[in-house]
Design a protein around this ligand. Sequence first.
Ligand SMILES: Cc1cc2nc3c(=O)[nH]c(=O)nc-3n(C[C@H](O)[C@H](O)[C@H](O)COP(=O)(O)OP(=O)(O)OC[C@H]3O[C@@H](n4cnc5c(N)ncnc54)[C@H](O)[C@@H]3O)c2cc1C
Length: 424
Amino acid sequence: MNASFHDVIVIGGGPAGLAAAISASDNGANVLLIEREARLGGILKQCIHDGFGLLRFGEKLSGPEYAERFIDELRQRAIDVKTLTFVTKIDNTGDGFRVHTVSRGGVTVETAKALVLATGCRERTAKQVFIHGTRPAGVFTAGTAQHFTNLLGLQPAKRCVILGSGDIGLIMARRLTLEGAEVLGVYEAKPTPSGLTRNLHQCLYDYNIPLYLSHTVTRVFGADRLEGVEIAEVDDRMTPIPGTQRRLDCDALILSVGLIPENELAESLGVRLDPRTKGPVCDERCMTSVDGVFCCGNALHVNDLVDYVSANAEQAGKAAALYQPHERRLIDLQPSDDLLYLVPQKLDLGDLDGDLTVYFRSRSEENGCTLEITVDDTPVFTKRYAFLRPPEMEQLTLQPRNWGLAENSVVRFSLKRQEQEAQT
Ligand SMILES: Cc1cc2nc3c(=O)[nH]c(=O)nc-3n(C[C@H](O)[C@H](O)[C@H](O)COP(=O)(O)OP(=O)(O)OC[C@H]3O[C@@H](n4cnc5c(N)ncnc54)[C@H](O)[C@@H]3O)c2cc1C
């Protein structure tokens, strides 16, 4: 077994890993980037539609174009890259990490002072949304259908139903329509759509693809190949309403029912996960509960725009490069129940000089509300929003050095609705 030493090892070569590796290198670190696939770019390789990079470059790029800009930057630096290399295990040695990998060259152990986990997310499957019936071919996650269509040039469906109104499902509704398939409809169990507003317009309404809210798929039919699905209306607890079932004949069911951060490696290191994000609990520098282990991109929390992923990963890469073990004085950043989640979850009192970038989502659709941050019940920041929607993540840059924070401070983020505002 060979062993080589780097200051920083970045695991995952998607947009997060690329930006983290570049930023770590620019901040003086000797960097190794490890990617299990043959090519860098992560999931962006299969996202051939445009809309990437509007915030960062002010241009509408396709996924591969966006990724290529970072791959070009990476190649201009002395960053070691290992592709077709899978990280199987990591040991924490106390003063660094031993990263075990498997590749065509065999089993290798790489060592580093700091790690950046940029392993992305995975899609929820049919089993995770409790669909009954047989197990015929023709039930795909939207990402798998995207892979078949855009990378392999294969058409996974001629007449299909899409379950879930997440962004990848909306994008695949349009993509499959353009490839000549009939998309019978997008069925969403919640009373509101899960995807970005721009995707609802550009992918469904512009192509007359119907969206059925408060509906779900309860059963699939077919022995070898899918022959149909059973659709049912659901009540406000998302339980199918008896008597509303009907069968739709189709040859494919495409699932877009959520993404989950991929965190087996983090868990094996004892990194604490946040049940709200399903990603690691981290501080303002993206450091997890394990000193020297940083996390960014979709492994940290599912982002809706890749531009946010790159910005967040640059922060993680820089922090990993500059990492020196020190005693952390962490306080909680607490989201109220109105917020689906808040990242980061912790703030290090020893690091109040810089700006704090936070990401949050509201739990429900809000028209006219104010985000209020309080320290020990005293407001220190407010921002008014004309509307908030759970699918649309919000980003804020704050200056906590002005908040008078101490070790026992309680920092709380909450939403005030119009009627509450009127009362105060
Ligand atoms: C199927 C799918 C389709 C998407 N489509 C869109 C879209 O159309 N538009 C959009 O804005 N966003 C889309 N997203 C969201 C998109 O994932 C993010 O914007 C962005 O790609 C996240 O970057 P990332 O680097 O965190 O993750 P990824 O792009 O997923 O990259 C993670 C990388 O880590 C590697 N990796 C994981 N584990 C290991 C390991 N153990 N060893 C070595 N390498 C490992 C993976 O192979 C992968 O290359 C999609 C997500 C998915 C899952």
